[in-house]
Write a protein that binds this ligand. Structure first.
Ligand code: DGY
Length: 324
C-alpha cells in the first residue's frame, strides 16, 4: 500500500520525525520559524494529515486548499483556537490536541508569574543591575503577598485546578472561580474553591488569573470595564491567550494605577513588538509564551501529537481527540 501523505509545519525532534517517516510520506517545513502562509497553502494540497503548531491558522482557506483527502489535523498544543474545529467536524476531519501533559508546566509558570510580578523580581533585578540598589531600605521594592490573599481564577479547567493545588502551599485564604460552565459543585467540594460572578471575581480578588480557553465568549473579556472593577492593588495574570485581553486597556490600567501589576505569558500579536508600550512599564512582566516550555513537556506534547496523527490516519482511537 502506498504511504499516506502528511505535512509537518515545523522542525520537530528527530525521534518524532523518524516515527512519522517510517509510516508516512513526509513533507516538512524544515525550520524553527513559522511556515509562510503561501507555502502552507500550497504544501497542504492533497495531504492526508497535518501536524501543526498554534502559530498555523488552520481555517477554511487551508481546509479548502487541502482538498478532500485531509482526514486529521494534529496540533502540538492544548489550545485549538487556531483550528476551525467546527469546519473540521463538518468535513469529517479529526482534530487532535495535547491536553494534560502540559498542565504541571503551565501551572508552574503561572506561579512564577504571580511571584515575579507581586514580589517585583524582574524590576528588582534591573534595579540591582542598574546601580539603583542603595542602602537596605525598609519599604523599598515591597509588593503584595499571596499569604492570606484572595485569588480569582477565570477558567477552572486542568490548568486552573493545578494552579489552585500549588497555591494552597502559599497560604492563599480564599479561591474564587468563574467559568463558562458556571458553577461546579464537585470543584467546590474537592478543591475548596467558591463560584463568583465575573463582577465579584474581579471586585474581590487580590490576584486574578486568566486560564480560560479563547473563544467567542472570552475574546477581549479583560477590557477597560473589567480592569476598572478590579482593586487598585490587584495583580492580573494571563497564561491563556492574548486574545482574551484588550491590551490598550491593560496598558491604560497599569499606567494609571487602576491595577497594580500584570504578568502575561501570552499577547497579541506574538511576538509582541519590542517597542510595544507594555514593555515600557515596570509593573508588567511579559514572558514569551513559555507556559509549557520544559524540555520534558514539549517532548511529550510532540509525541502525543504524533500518536494522534498516526492513530487518526490508521482509523483507531486517537489518544487525545479534541471534541467540541
Ligand atoms: C498550548 O498548548 O496551547 C499552549 O499555549 C502552548 O503550550
Amino acid at each position: 500500500m502506498p504511504k499516506l501523505d502528511i505535512l509537518i509545519t515545523r522542525n520537530i525532534p528527530g525521534a518524532a520525525l523518524k516515527l512519522l517517516r517510517e509510516r508516512f510520506k513526509v513533507d516538512i517545513w524544515p525550520s524553527d520559524e513559522v511556515i509562510p502562509r503561501p507555502t502552507l497553502l500550497s504544501k497542504i494540497k492533497d495531504k492526508d494529515g497535518v501536524l501543526c503548531l498554534l502559530t498555523d491558522q488552520i481555517n477554511k482557506e487551508v481546509l479548502d486548499k487541502a482538498g478532500e483527502r485531509l482526514r486529521v489535523v494534529s496540533t502540538i498544543s492544548v489550545g485549538v483556537d487556531h483550528v476551525d474545529t467546527v469546519e473540521c467536524t463538518k468535513r469529517g476531519i479529526k482534530v487532535g490536541n495535547t491536553p494534560d501533559i502540559l498542565t504541571a508546566a503551565t501551572a508552574e509558570l503561572t506561579v512564577g508569574l504571580l511571584i515575579s510580578t507581586s514580589r517585583r523580581i524582574v524590576e528588582g533585578t534591573h534595579a540591582a543591575r542598574n546601580g539603583d540598589w542603595g542602602a537596605w531600605k525598609l519599604m523599598w521594592m515591597c509588593g503584595p503577598t499571596l499569604d492570606g490573599a484572595t485569588v480569582g481564577l477565570f477558567g477552572l479547567g486542568r490548568i486552573g485546578t493545578a494552579v489552585v493545588q500549588r497555591l494552597k502551599a502559599f497560604g492563599v485564604k480564599k479561591f474564587l472561580y468563574n467559568t463558562a460552565n458556571k458553577k461546579n459543585n464537585n470543584f467546590e467540594k474537592n478543591l475548596g474553591v467558591q463560584f463568583a460572578s465575573f463582577h465579584d471575581l474581579l471586585h474581590e480578588s487580590d490576584f486574578i488569573i486568566s486560564c480560560c480557553a479563547l473563544n467567542k465568549s472570552t475574546a477581549g473579556i479583560f477590557n477597560k470595564n473589567a480592569f476598572e472593577k478590579m482593586k487598585n492593588s490587584s495583580i492580573f495574570i494571563n497564561i491563556s491567550r492574548g486574545g482574551v485581553v484588550n491590551q490598550e486597556d491593560l496598558y491604560h490600567a497599569l499606567s494609571h494605577n487602576i491595577i497594580r501589576g500584570a504578568g502575561i505569558d501570552v499577547t497579541t500579536p506574538e511576538p509582541l513588538p519590542t517597542d510595544h508600550p507594555l514593555f515600557s512599564l515596570k509593573n508588567c512582566v511579559v514572558t514569551p509564551h513559555i507556559g509549557s516550555a520544559t524540555e520534558k513537556t514539549r517532548m511529550e506534547m510532540t509525541m502525543l501529537a504524533v500518536q494522534n496523527l498516526i492513530c487518526g490516519l490508521d482509523g483507531t482511537e486517537m489518544p487525545a481527540e479534541y471534541k467540541q
